[in-house]
Design a protein around this ligand. Structure first.
Ligand SMILES: [Zn+2]
Length: 95
């Protein structure tokens, strides 16, 4: 089940979420936070996914922004990221 929630920041765009969430920020509003240089080859590979995935999925954006901000991710965060990407890739293949 997907919910369309209006962005709390611009109050214009909608974001798809899998569960009702009160505070949601859309892709357009987070776009500046998603820009940054990734030098670690391992992280570069991990975060190099289709831009559409970041547009569709708030969680993936959060992880990327966290990495860009703190320069590190926990094993748990990496595993969760990979799991979501894997799920989305499978969904794309189904279409
Ligand atoms: Zn917005």
């Amino acid at each position: 089940m997907n919910y369309k929630i209006k962005c709390s920041k611009c109050k214009q765009n909608y974001q798809l979420v899998t569960r009702p969430t009160r505070f949601v920020v859309c892709y357009e509003c987070q776009k500046p936070d998603l820009k940054g240089e990734i030098t670690d080859p391992k992280m570069k590979k991990l975060l190099d996914i289709p831009e559409q995935f970041y547009k569709d999925n708030l969680f993936l954006r959060d992880i990327k922004i966290k990495y860009l901000r703190f320069g590190d991710l926990s094993e748990k965060q990496i595993a969760a990221f990979e799991k979501v990407v894997d799920k989305m890739q499978k969904a794309v293949m189904k279409d």
